[in-house]
Design a protein around this ligand. Structure first.
Ligand code: ATP
Length: 243
């Protein structure tokens, strides 16, 4: 039978030159699901996102999207298939307004297959998701607060009409109130069927915001389970290693 997963990996290894960063990753996510990826600095979370996005060389059958082997496809092809990434550090186009940053994303967006009955993300829908972006539409992105820049980065990702959004440390460097505001937007994203992978340092936040979690340690997945009923002690062991 066809797998129910939107994306899955099998025996995924990844390297930076001679350094092996990922070992035999078995990861999967279903349509509309929020999956948290937790682990200490250097555990390999960003590397896993980059491998899914086509930013690191991996073998074709190590990543399946819609049951199609896509490992190693270049990033622009992954975007066309329905993946988007909100990278760590946001990487917005400085010197350009909020509106112009979003226009660039619209120009590069994928065209969903006919019959794929999902409402498209438009500037108007994004203004409903993050009202502040409407007020700030003419503001150069470098004049925005960190939280507002993160909203632009998420909005830009959504404008490529993804079925899976990969988010790298949305909360990094942001104040608690702003983090709450950004996380409050996630249900509005998954309601339309888009799945989300959240790389998150804050374990409590990651558990609250996700359906399932994976914990990584030194390039390996050390724990996976439903976020609501995985004991904190088990997470601590998987996060820091035995001992
Ligand atoms: P962080 O929260 O610090 O981003 P992470 O879990 O995302 O941590 P990665 O950034 O994926 O971890 O790094 C995993 C391992 O790969 C680390 O040992 C890191 O030093 C190494 N690494 C990451 N990027 C590179 C690179 N461009 N070249 C060589 N090694 C790298």
């Amino acid at each position: 039978p066809p797998s129910p997963w939107l994306l899955s990996t099998h025996a995924l290894d990844a390297r930076y030159g001679d350094f092996q960063a990922l070992f035999g990753i078995e990861f999967s996510i279903a349509p509309g699901e929020v999956v948290a990826l937790i682990g200490a600095n250097g555990a390999g979370k960003s590397t896993l996102l980059r491998s899914l996005m086509g930013l690191l060389p991996v073998a074709s059958d190590m990543v399946r999207f819609d049951n199609v082997p896509v490992g190693g496809c270049p990033p622009h092809q992954m975007v066309q298939r329905g993946l988007a990434m909100v990278p760590e550090g946001r990487r917005l186009f400085t010197g350009m307004s909020v509106e112009d940053n979003l226009r660039v994303a619209i120009d590069q967006a994928r065209r969903p297959a006919p019959g794929q009955n999902v409402p498209l993300w438009t500037i108007e829908r994004l203004h409903a998701l993050f009202p502040i972006l409407k007020d700030k539409r003419r503001t150069p992105v470098e004049s925005l607060s960190g939280g507002q820049q993160q909203m632009v980065a998420i909005a830009r990702g959504l404008l490529s009409q993804p079925r899976l959004l990969l988010c790298d440390e949305l909360s990094l460097g942001l104040a608690p109130l702003v983090i709450r505001e950004i996380y409050a937007a996630l249900p509005g994203i998954t309601a339309a069927g888009t799945a989300i992978v959240l790389v998150e340092q804050d374990v409590a936040l990651a558990c609250r915001a996700s359906n399932r979690l994976y914990c990584m340690l030194e390039g390996r997945i050390t724990l996976t389970g439903r976020s609501a009923d995985t004991p904190r002690e088990a997470i601590a062991r998987a996060y820091f290693g035995a001992g």
